[in-house]
Ligand binder design. Structure first.
Ligand code: ASP
Length: 341
């Protein structure tokens, strides 16, 4: 049987760094020498090729242009590989995982993002396990097709649906959580995949790689005592097309006049306002409390149980692919890649 072919793409982040033991500083290593740092890769029953960004990025510098660069590389190599592993800094990995899920439509091969809290060259590193198991997951096949046909995020023994994750810890090896959706696989003595949670590809359509993201999106997190002019100034942003509003609990916000009036005016002028809860788990339920009834009445988009990370990239993707204003609310409230219920 032919060996599975896996393409590793190093975009940056701690995982691809080694410690200079003389100075203590972290520096990127030559990715072509990956095997020198992780000789264990030789034991995997896969053939692995790797590509590295010329200037690896700390993921705080990630942006939509780089997301398009990543999907373009996947597109270019799509037919030649069985699976893709994207090595990425953990800080904004959930944003990238969400964005890739929207940009890659009709995916029928795995795209697994992973990274680490400690550099690959550190004695106590979590990078090796994350890297090796991600490759194994990307290589999984059943009856000649990939087991995972979606964008996943693997970290500390669990594979999650990428667009359901959030980085929750800057210290712990368990850095990510997916509070509104069960994990897709778990690595223990065995690698257990939970098929009931995997995204099922319902058609035979070919991969479509979208390359347009519209960045005219803003995010406002409500807090008690917020100065009305903060919201008003955001709403005045030139060219703004969508506002993600992180509300309280099940989608609630103040009933104060300044809040309701300014949002209502902006919606009437064509702004899409998307209600996302600032709780890490649970869902928006507009109309449950009086404090969300006005939002429901003014046709605020229901973000349901979507993460903020996925809401931002979904809005950018939908605006970029020209979804009309008339259909924006209905399309946003529909699950496109398993990102909401
Ligand atoms: N600052 C790093 C990054 O996100 C942290 C990491 O790699 O986990 O690029």
């Amino acid at each position: 049987m032919d060996k599975r072919k896996i393409l590793l793409l190093y975009t940056g982040g701690t995982i691809g760094m080694v410690k200079d033991y003389k100075t203590g500083a972290l520096k990127s290593f030559d990715f072509n020498k990956l095997l020198k740092h992780v000789p264990e890769l030789n034991q995997l029953d896969c053939s692995i090729d790797s590509i590295s960004f010329d200037n690896p990025l700390d993921s705080s510098n990630m942006n939509p242009k780089e997301w398009v660069r990543i999907v373009s590389i996947i597109e270019e190599h799509y037919t030649n590989y069985d699976g893709f592993v994207v090595l990425h800094g953990s800080d904004t990995m959930s944003y990238t995982a969400s964005a890739l899920s929207f940009l890659l439509e009709n995916l029928d091969k795995p795209v697994i993002l992973t990274g680490s809290q400690l550099p690959i060259g550190d004695l106590r590193t979590d990078a090796k396990e994350n890297l090796i198991t991600s490759i194994q997951i990307a290589a999984l096949q059943n009856k000649g097709t990939s087991v995972i046909k979606e964008v996943g995020l693997y970290f500390e023994y669990k594979l999650y649906r990428g667009n359901r994750t959030t980085k929750i810890n800057a210290e712990n090896f368990r850095a990510f959580a997916s509070l509104n959706y069960p994990h897709l696989a778990e690595s223990g003595v065995h690698l257990n995949v939970f098929p009931e949670y995997l995204l099922i590809k319902k058609n035979n359509k070919k991969l479509v790689v979208h390359k347009k993201m519209d960045e005219n999106v803003a995010l406002v997190k409500l807090f008690p005592g917020m100065n009305p002019s903060v919201l008003e100034n955001v709403l005045k942003t030139d060219g703004l097309k969508a506002l993600i509003l992180e509300t309280y609990g099940s989608g609630n916000g103040p009933t104060a006049d300044w809040f309701i009036t300014s949002l209502k005016k902006s919606i009437e002028n064509g702004l899409h306002v998307i209600n996302v809860t600032q709780c890490s788990g649970g869902s928006v339920l507009m109309g449950k409390y009086e404090t969300s009834s006005a939002l429901k009445d003014m046709q605020v988009v229901n973000g349901k149980d979507i993460t903020t990370e996925a809401a931002i990239s979904k809005a950018m993707y939908m605006l970029g692919s020209g979804v009309s204003s008339k259909h924006f609310k209905t399309v946003f409230e529909t699950s496109l890649r398993g990102e909401m219920r």
